[in-house]
Design a protein around this ligand. Structure first.
Ligand SMILES: *Cc1c(COP(=O)(O)O)cnc(C)c1O
Length: 231
């Protein structure tokens, strides 16, 4: 618990320092605590410390946690790859989805979003480092998909997300800058777009320097993950 408290303060301080260094307003960057593979008591501990936004990568695990913790005021973000046969659970149990990269998934989510819930907030995932095997759309295709998503009644397009390749700092900064430019273009076309999901434990400061509005932090808060290879 005190460990968690110290780590949370450290990450919050890192974000505050990066905001100041980039001449950005305090609190302009949101912290998403990535709790994938971590047990429910860990989430409750961070909740007790004031953290409200949590990210999950696996549908079944995320749904179980959201159901168990339904009495808490948590905003749940789905940040993992999503297959079309699992869209319903995400539409029913999450507030945000960061990984939309094709129309079919978006259409299913809009159809399956329960009518008593507000629209599902979605981000378009960009394959910013242009890796052959990676999820996400090319930067050139953002506008087309954004227009299609905007026409869907039960989704609210809020911005862009990326997971850059493992690469040197110069290449990483180029990717983050390309994201920032694309994000500004999208903002000029859609007034509700306000979220650039970019930066993890290892590259938080550079992401904030390049305009990130939401950093996804797992390891630096919860400690190292075991088990799952892609965890
Ligand atoms: C696991 C994961 C994170 C958190 O990564 P850390 O390096 O542990 O901070 C962020 N974003 C996505 C999409 C992830 O899958």
């Amino acid at each position: 618990m005190t460990d968690f408290s110290q780590r949370l303060k450290l990450v919050q301080q890192q974000i505050a320092d990066a905001e100041a260094q980039a001449n950005r307003a305090p609190q302009s960057v949101q912290l998403l605590a990535v709790s994938k593979t971590k047990p429910i008591p860990d989430i409750e501990a961070f909740y007790q410390l004031g953290q409200r936004a949590f990210g999950e990568n696996y549908v079944q695990e995320g749904v179980e946690k959201a159901q168990t913790l339904a009495h808490l005021n948590i905003t749940w973000h789905f940040i993992g790859p999503l297959q079309s046969n699992k869209t319903k659970a995400v539409a029913e149990h999450f507030h945000w989805l960061h990984t939309v990269d094709r129309l079919k998934i978006a259409q299913r989510l809009s159809e399956q979003r329960p009518s008593h819930l507000p629209p599902l907030n979605v981000l378009i995932q960009i394959n910013v480092s242009q890796e052959a095997s990676k999820a996400g759309v090319a930067l050139n295709d953002v506008d087309t998909l954004a227009d299609q998503i905007s026409a869907l009644p039960n989704l609210q397009l809020r911005g862009l997300m990326c997971i850059p390749a493992q690469q040197d700092a110069i290449a990483l900064k180029q990717d983050f800058k390309a994201m920032q430019q694309s994000f500004h273009g999208l903002q000029s076309r859609y007034s509700q777009v306000d979220t650039l999901s970019m930066g993890m434990s290892g590259d938080l400061s550079l992401a904030v320097e390049c305009g990130s509005t939401l950093v996804r932090i797992g390891t630096a808060l919860f400690g190292a993950r075991e088990g799952r290879a892609n965890g």
